[in-house]
Design a protein around this ligand. Structure first.
Ligand SMILES: C[S@@+](CC[C@H](N)C(=O)[O-])C[C@H]1O[C@@H](n2cnc3c(N)ncnc32)[C@H](O)[C@@H]1O
Length: 456
C-alpha cells in the first residue's frame, strides 16, 4: 500500500476520536477513515501511512450505512467540529456506547447506557472564537480553526450555541476597529473572543483576548472601552466585558491576566435548586443541561453527612450540587479566579462547612496524605490529560471512595488501572453526553475501596 492508492474497505467500528477503523490485506493493516460509519463499504484514497497504520480519505461511499444522514450544518465539511452529524442523535449515542465498551472491554456488566443530552442543539454555553483578518481586504474572520490547522472557517451560523452568539460574532465582524492577530507576523491586537452564556437568564460575559501585556493596554484602553459600551448597548444580555492579555504565540487561548472593563464580574447559572456564579475565565461545563445530569450521577452516589474532597473543583459546582448534605466540603483548585468564585458560591448556596485550597492539586494531595486526612468521597475531575501517577497514589491513601469524572475515557482508563492497584474497584461506568454530535464522551466511574484495604 502506498500514498494515493485507492482501495475499497469495510468500516468495522468507530474509534475514540470519531474516525472509522478498517483493516486491509492479509496483515489486516489498520486504516482510519474520517466521516465514516460502521458497516459502510467505502472507496478511499490513502493520504498518510506509517509503520503501524494509515489514513484514508473518502473517495466514494460505495454502500452507505442505513444510519447515514445528510449533516444538518452547511459548514459540516469546512468546520469539522461536529464529527457525528453524519448519523442521527440516537445512533451517535449507540456509537459512543460502543466506544466506551471497547475502551473498558474487561469491565463486564458495569457499563451503563449513556445519559443523553436533553438539548442536542444550542447546548454550548461557552463559545471560544479565534479572530483573524484576510490579508488584502482586511475582512474579519471569526469562527473555528479547521481541523489540525490554524486556518479559520468563518462561521456565520452555528446551531450548537445560542443563536445570539451568531449575531454577536457578526456585530464584531462588521464593527471591529482593532487589527486582528496575524500568527505568522505575530502582530495585531485581537486574538480571540470568548463568551459565557447563562442558560438560566441568557446573560452573557464577553472576553476579548488581546495580543499585548497589561502595561501596553493603556494605549488601547479607551478604544476597547468604547467598543465594550457599543456592543453592550446593542446586546442588552451582555452584562460584563473583560480583556485577557496573551502575548504568547502558543496553543493556550488565555494568558494569565484578565481584567474587567465594564459591567458585572459574573453571570448566574442555575442548576436544579443550586445557583452558581461563573466568572469570565473560570471553568464551567459548556452544556448546562447535561451538566445537571452529570452532577446528579455524582450526587446519587454520595451518602449524607460525608466528608467530600472536590478535587480540581473549579467554581465548586459539583461539590455544591452533590454535597448538599455533606458534613464538610474541601475544594482544591489552582485557578484563583475560580477559587474566589467558589467561595462566593458556597455562601450563595448556604454551605457553611467548607474549606478552599488555592493550590496545585498534586501538591495539595501530598499535604493531605502527610496530614493523614481521609475523605469519605473524593470527586476527581481533572483536565483531559487526567492525573499523574504520584497524585493517584496519594489520592487512594486519602479517600474511601473515588468518584472520577472525566472528559477523556482514554486517560480515565489509564488512571483506572493505577487506582485498581490499590484495591479500589469500579462499581459502574456511566457515560453522559455533554457534547452532542461530537465524539467526546464525559464519563463517571465510582470506585469503592475493597474491605481488605480499609485503613483504621
Ligand atoms: C475539568 S475542570 C473541572 C471543574 C469542576 N469540577 C466543574 O465541574 O466545574 C478541571 C479544573 O481543574 C483545574 N486544574 C487544572 N490543573 C490543575 C492543577 N494542577 N491543580 C489544581 N487544579 C487544576 C482547572 O482550573 C479546572 O477548573
Amino acid at each position: 500500500m502506498k500514498i494515493n492508492d485507492e482501495i475499497i474497505v469495510d468500516i468495522e467500528k468507530i474509534t475514540p476520536t470519531g474516525e472509522g477503523l478498517c483493516r486491509f490485506g492479509e496483515k489486516k493493516f489498520v486504516i482510519f477513515v474520517k466521516n465514516s460509519l460502521p458497516d459502510e463499504k467505502i472507496k478511499i484514497k490513502i493520504i498518510s501511512i506509517n509503520k503501524h497504520f494509515a489514513r484514508g480519505q473518502i473517495v466514494e461511499i460505495v454502500e452507505p450505512s442505513d444510519k447515514r444522514i445528510k449533516p444538518f450544518c452547511a459548514l459540516y465539511n469546512a468546520c469539522g467540529s461536529c464529527q457525528m452529524q453524519i448519523c442521527d442523535y440516537n445512533y451517535s449515542i449507540k456509537l459512543k456506547e460502543e466506544i466506551l465498551k471497547d475502551i473498558f472491554k474487561n469491565e463486564k456488566g458495569i457499563i451503563l447506557p449513556i445519559i443523553k443530552s436533553s438539548k442536542t442543539k444550542e447546548y454550548r454555553h461557552k463559545v471560544q472564537f479565534p479572530v483573524r483578518q484576510t490579508k488584502n481586504s482586511k475582512r474579519v474572520l471569526i469562527g473555528y480553526f479547521k481541523e489540525n490547522s490554524h486556518e479559520i472557517t468563518n462561521i456565520k451560523f452555528c446551531c450548537m450555541h445560542p443563536q445570539i452568539m451568531n449575531k454577536i460574532a457578526d456585530f464584531i465582524r462588521n464593527n471591529n476597529i482593532f487589527d486582528c492577530y496575524d500568527e505568522k507576523k505575530q502582530n495585531g491586537l485581537l486574538k480571540n473572543v470568548i463568551a459565557r452564556i447563562s442558560s438560566s437568564d441568557n446573560s452573557i460575559i464577553l472576553t476579548f483576548v488581546l495580543n499585548i501585556n497589561e502595561k501596553k493596554f493603556k494605549l488601547y484602553k479607551n478604544d476597547v472601552l468604547d467598543f465594550a459600551r457599543k456592543i453592550s448597548e446593542e446586546f442588552k444580555n451582555i452584562k460584563g466585558f473583560f480583556v485577557n492579555f496573551n502575548e504568547k504565540n502558543t496553543n493556550s487561548i488565555l494568558g494569565e491576566k484578565t481584567i474587567k472593563i465594564l459591567g458585572e464580574d459574573f453571570i448566574l447559572q442555575k442548576l436544579g435548586d443550586k445557583i452558581f456564579k461563573i466568572g469570565a475565565v473560570s471553568f464551567f461545563q459548556v452544556n448546562p443541561y447535561s451538566a445537571f445530569e452529570l452532577f446528579n450521577v455524582v450526587k446519587e452516589n454520595i451518602k449524607e453527612n460525608s466528608t467530600i474532597l472536590d478535587a480540581y473543583g473549579g467554581v465548586g459546582a459539583i461539590g455544591i450540587f452533590a454535597g448538599n448534605k455533606a458534613k464538610k466540603i474541601v475544594l482544591v483548585e489552582e485557578n484563583q479566579n475560580a477559587t474566589q468564585m467558589a467561595k462566593e458560591n458556597y455562601e450563595l448556596n448556604c454551605i457553611k462547612n467548607y474549606e478552599i485550597f488555592s493550590n496545585d492539586a498534586k501538591k495539595q494531595f501530598k499535604i493531605f496524605r502527610n496530614e493523614n486526612k481521609i475523605f469519605d468521597y473524593t470527586i476527581l475531575d481533572p483536565p483531559r490529560s487526567g492525573c499523574d501517577k504520584e497524585s493517584l497514589e496519594d489520592i487512594v491513601k486519602i479517600s474511601k471512595n473515588i468518584i472520577y469524572v472525566s472528559c477523556n475515557p482514554i486517560t480515565l482508563k489509564r488512571d483506572m488501572e493505577i487506582i485498581r492497584n490499590f484495591e479500589f474497584e469500579p462499581e459502574f461506568i456511566q457515560g453522559v453526553d455533554l457534547f452532542p454530535y461530537t465524539y467526546h464522551i464525559e464519563t463517571v466511574i465510582l470506585f469503592k475501596k475493597g474491605e481488605r484495604n480499609e485503613r483504621n
